[in-house]
Design a protein around this ligand. Structure first.
Ligand SMILES: [Zn+2]
Length: 268
């Protein structure tokens, strides 16, 4: 994929009616989450609909699918009332990327995990973290590796095509009182490192040092036990949350390969 005439090509492009004038020499890249499970196409179709009154330049799905609805040289409507380094109206000088993700999740009285819109979400995708603009921890959907890789690849293309972009921020940086996206589950530090090209680190493997380590469906003892990793097993760390739980991939006792959460104090 490359950027030709301010569009990703080859790529899917449908013009959103929600845009305003030329975007010259953007200086900022703004990351968002969609609060959606619709996929990149579903969200893009929404941005194309007259009712949306919102848009972004591109949408990146959980499966790595990328859809574009505003060319990169046109102002999209993603930031709303916003300010960065004293400069208001970030839409006037930024490119906006929407990442399909539920964002903040809730646990119901029955123990289910649900999105803000009431959709049931796999508890294995929920991580408890405190947003930098908040005091209390909350549940958030993790960003998977397939999506991160697509995001890194497309961001590199954008930065190469628009070298005026000097910073990558979250919507929660430019509208901190109104917005929580992309939220604490988005690994901003790792993302910017990967975009900068420091991606040659080997896959992180860690050794199980407990004799038997429970593998769970989510980051906490309240989640279902999927099985046991026996001592000495090497597991691949998929997501090392800032909390005491890590999401890992590996073989359970009995041989089944799983993606599961473990208490990271038992990993060397
Ligand atoms: Zn946003």
């Amino acid at each position: 994929m490359k950027i030709v005439n301010h569009q990703l090509q080859p790529g899917w492009y449908k013009p959103s009616p929600h845009h305003s004038g030329a975007l010259n020499a953007p200086s900022l890249l703004v990351m968002h989450y969609t609060v959606s499970g619709a996929g990149a196409k579903g969200v893009a179709d929404y941005f194309v609909s007259p009712a949306a009154k919102a848009s972004a330049h591109i949408v990146v799905g959980r499966d790595g699918d990328i859809r574009q609805v505003v060319p990169f040289n046109v102002k999209a409507w993603h930031a709303g009332k916003s300010i960065w380094r004293g400069k208001p109206n970030c839409n006037d000088y930024s490119i906006g990327i929407e990442i399909d993700n539920w964002g903040r999740l809730m646990r119901t009285a029955e123990g289910q995990v649900r999105s803000a819109t009431g959709k049931v979400v796999d508890p294995g995708l929920a991580v408890e973290l405190t947003h930098k603009n908040e005091i209390m921890p909350a549940l958030w959907e993790v960003y998977g590796e397939t999506q991160m890789k697509a995001l890194v690849d497309v961001t590199r293309l954008i930065l190469a095509a628009y070298p005026s972009i000097a910073e990558i921020v979250g919507h929660d940086d430019i509208a901190p009182l109104r917005k929580s996206d992309p939220g604490p589950a988005f690994p901003m530090g790792r993302f910017t490192s990967l975009v900068a090209g420091r991606d040659d680190a080997p896959v992180l493997k860690r050794k199980v040092i407990a004799s038997r380590l429970n593998a769970r469906g989510g980051p906490g003892v309240q989640f279902d036990k999927l099985g046991v990793f026996v001592g000495g097993t090497m597991v691949e760390v998929v997501y090392d949350s800032p909390g005491p739980w890590a999401q890992v991939k590996g073989a359970l006792e009995g041989g089944a390969e799983v993606l599961a959460w473990v208490s990271d104090q038992f990993l060397a």
